[in-house]
Design a binder for this molecule. Structure first.
Ligand code: PDD
Length: 277
């Protein structure tokens, strides 16, 4: 693969970052994942807007030049002949002597790379996800897309050991979100999903799906829901850029709805994909 590092496009085995990089030492870095379908970037401006917001929240002095970053993304797609997959982009506060306090004059490290993944033909689209719940022990600023995601990795490994595909985090009796996706249920034709706050990532796909739902005249209730309420829902689904809307068919061993991705979920999914391409 050809990857991007600090302004250069290089073969992946020639890309280097300092061992003193604060992203590496302290998780002092922000990332974005943009999905690519048919060589096209999905919702790119929204991802760049969130990147800028995350960077501002951690006071990282880095200007998100959307045109330049778009050109960089296009260059990576072209050089890697990417049809379906994703582009991961990360900005860290760069190398500095180890100190908890931010360096006065940081030199942010920018990296990006592609991964080729056939998103639109993954088996989970038809089968849906089985998820298990787990306490949300992540930090309290999940609205900032930092690389500090070890609890997510630990929980997802645990979920897979239990035979599930993914995890839904629970805090104070309510589902926050999935490992790397926002969580929704549908009951009596009403779509229910948690409100935006510091507790969840402000999903780009969440916003698009809610917009579609409203356009289609569906009722949306923005509020938290419990595991028990989700188990009794008509449908459940998750959203994330690479997943669009993907059905959830089992939660903690209890089948949701028919046990297959629900019709409203599939309708929202297809409308979103149609609109994106
Ligand atoms: N994750 N919640 C969390 C914790 C996430 O990490 C993500 C995305 C989402 C969905 O956001 P969006 O719709 O903007 O993709 C929700 C990416 C895909 C990742 O970490 O790979």
């Amino acid at each position: 693969r050809t990857v991007f590092v600090n302004g250069s496009f290089v073969p992946e085995d020639q890309a280097t970052v300092s061992i003193f990089d604060r992203g590496f030492l302290m998780g002092d870095a922000i990332y974005e994942v943009t999905t690519v379908i048919d060589g096209k970037l999905i919702e790119f401006p929204a991802h760049m807007a969130r990147l800028a917001r995350s960077l501002a929240e951690i006071e990282m002095p880095f200007e998100v030049d959307e045109d330049a970053l778009l050109a960089m993304h296009h260059e990576l797609i072209a050089r890697n002949d990417l049809d379906q997959g994703m582009i991961y982009m990360q900005v860290s506060r760069g190398p500095a002597d180890r100190d908890f306090v931010y360096p006065a004059d940081p030199k942010p490290t920018r990296i990006a790379f592609t991964q080729s993944i056939p998103w639109l033909s993954m088996p989970f689209i038809e089968t849906g996800f089985k998820v298990v719940s787990c306490p949300d022990k992540r930090w309290g600023r999940r609205d900032i897309k930092t690389v500090q995601i070890l609890w997510t990795c630990m929980s997802k490994v645990d979920a897979q050991r239990k035979g599930a595909d993914d995890v839904w985090f629970v805090e104070d009796g309510l589902v926050t979100e999935g490992s790397s996706c926002n969580a929704f249920i549908i009951k009596n034709n009403r779509i229910i999903t948690r409100a935006l706050s510091h507790d969840i990532l402000h999903g780009v796909t969440r916003a698009v799906i809610l917009k579609f739902a409203k356009e289609q005249g569906l009722e949306v209730e923005v509020r938290g829901f419990s595991v028990e309420e989700a188990q009794q829902a008509d449908e459940a689904f998750v959203t994330a850029s690479p997943l669009f809307a993907t059905g959830v068919v089992e939660l903690d061993g209890v089948t949701i709805g028919s046990g297959k991705p629900g019709p409203m979920t599939m309708q929202l999914r297809e409308a979103h994909i149609r609109e994106s391409l």
